[in-house]
Design a protein around this ligand. Structure first.
Ligand code: PLP
Length: 412
């Protein structure tokens, strides 16, 4: 059992201000992370770092080992990256492409996992999108259908950024492995919250930036690569640190460009050391609590079992709404996704004059009601609240439609 109250009190000062809803964008670093970052910065400022080489090498390796444990991977396969897209680019930019090669992606994936591949258009690489078709998810069969003899890579998020559905990466990995297709997994919406067993998964790269569920801020992430990636991917972003024994100053002008057998070859320069040690502190917290226990707790809060069960049924090829006795689960899953769908539909849309005037009325009415309740709100806050209104209406409409649709499809 996790002692949530103690962890909250001791590690997450943000919760003193109110309830913090982790919205899949930013995870607050725990107090021990801040202490570790600050301690190194203070030392750099007040004393300098006379052990710079040692902490950059062995010191970073200690954190690498903690990251490897989180990923269930061997430390020799783990490397630090600047971002998720940086990890994706390790495959996208380093494979040797041929005109007509294809990459399979999911059409509702985050741009971080899409742009590195679209950017290969000038090398003749074609991106093939798996269609969502209103399901808020896809399964391994969807990937299978998109594969062709020209498919060189598949890249998907383990957990989708928009609707939160978990992809069946294990089955997709197996499919890619048997066909020799490169497989890249963006795990940024999972790592830290859900168990990620990279060695069992066997993807070519699994990567996650630090600032979401890794609770470790911007500009540093962790990645893990396959044996094949080490053997076959060219080192592109090369730097003095990419080679074997980069700290051997006696040999520095020998320009000996031999790469180490490990994934350190993908790290061209110093790491952002304060953040690396901050990440190390966060990882200590994860390991103390236990990643299995964290996952269990997160799933209990998210009701994610609904979402996963919906996906399992899609995989079984069943029409979920027709499964007698299971309608509540299915309705739960579809209704849970409706607000996201509604927001996606409304994001960035131009508003009609009628809608704008309705929103102005809503703003006024909301302001009056909140004032009656003794709540003071700024005009900006009111505007923001009112702007959610069209999405809320769409959500309610969508929920009603789903309920109606499911009632119509119920077996007698
Ligand atoms: C699925 C997914 N991938 C990647 C990112 C961010 O990418 P990067 O780490 O390159 O900034 C996000 C951010 O929301 C995301 O949700």
């Amino acid at each position: 059992m996790i002692d949530v109250e103690t962890i909250r009190r001791e590690e997450f000062p943000i919760t003193r201000r109110g309830i913090y809803l982790d919205n899949a964008t930013l995870g607050p670093p725990p107090a021990r992370h801040v202490r570790a970052v600050t301690a190194l910065l203070q030392r750099m400022s007040a004393e300098g770092l006379d052990d710079l080489f040692a902490i950059s090498d062995e010191g970073v390796d200690v954190v690498r080992a903690k990251a490897a444990a989180l990923l269930h991977a061997d430390p020799s396969h783990v490397f630090f990256v600047r971002s998720t897209s940086h990890g994706v680019a390790v495959v996208a930019e380093r494979l040797t492409w041929r005109e007509g090669d294809e990459v399979v992606l999911y059409e509702l994936d985050h741009p971080a996992g899409v742009f590195p591949w679209l950017n290969l258009a000038d090398r003749g690489v074609k991106v093939i999108f798996i269609k969502d078709r209103g399901r808020f998810g896809f399964d391994a069969d969807d990937v299978r259908e998109m594969l062709s003899p020209r498919t060189r890579a598949v890249c998907v998020s383990l957990v989708n950024f928009a609707h939160g559905t978990r992809a069946d990466v294990q089955e997709i990995a197996e499919m890619c492995r048997t066909r020799g297709i490169w497989f890249v997994v963006d795990a940024v919406q999972a790592l830290g919250a859900l168990t990620v067993d990279a060695s069992r998964l066997g993807a070519d790269v699994v990567v996650a930036h630090g600032y979401k569920f890794l609770l470790s801020g911007f500009g540093l992430g962790i990645a893990c690569c396959s044996d094949r990636a080490l053997a076959e991917l060219k080192v592109c972003r090369i730097g003095w640190n990419s080679v074997e024994n980069p700290f051997n100053v006696d040999r520095i002008l020998a320009f000996d460009m031999r790469f180490p057998p490990s994934a350190k070859r993908f790290e061209p320069s110093f790491q952002p050391l304060p953040q690396v040690f901050g990440l190390g502190a966060t990882l200590d917290l994860f390991h103390e609590v236990g990643t299995g226990a964290i996952e269990k707790h997160v799933l209990s809060l998210a009701g994610a079992d609904h979402l996963d069960r919906g996906a399992q049924r899609r995989r079984a090829g069943a029409n979920p709404a027709r499964l007698a006795g299971k309608q509540d689960d299915v309705r739960g899953a579809r209704v849970a996704r409706a607000p996201v769908a509604a927001l996606l539909q409304h994001r960035g849309r131009d508003r009609s004059p009628a809608e704008l005037s309705l929103m102005a009325e809503i703003e006024e009415e909301l302001g009056r009601r909140l004032e009656e309740l003794g709540l003071r709100t700024s005009p900006e806050e009111l505007r923001e609240l009112a702007s959610a209104y069209p999405a809320l209406v769409a959500w309610m409409r969508m929920t009603e439609e789903l309920a109606r649709e499911e009632e119509e499809e119920l077996p007698e």
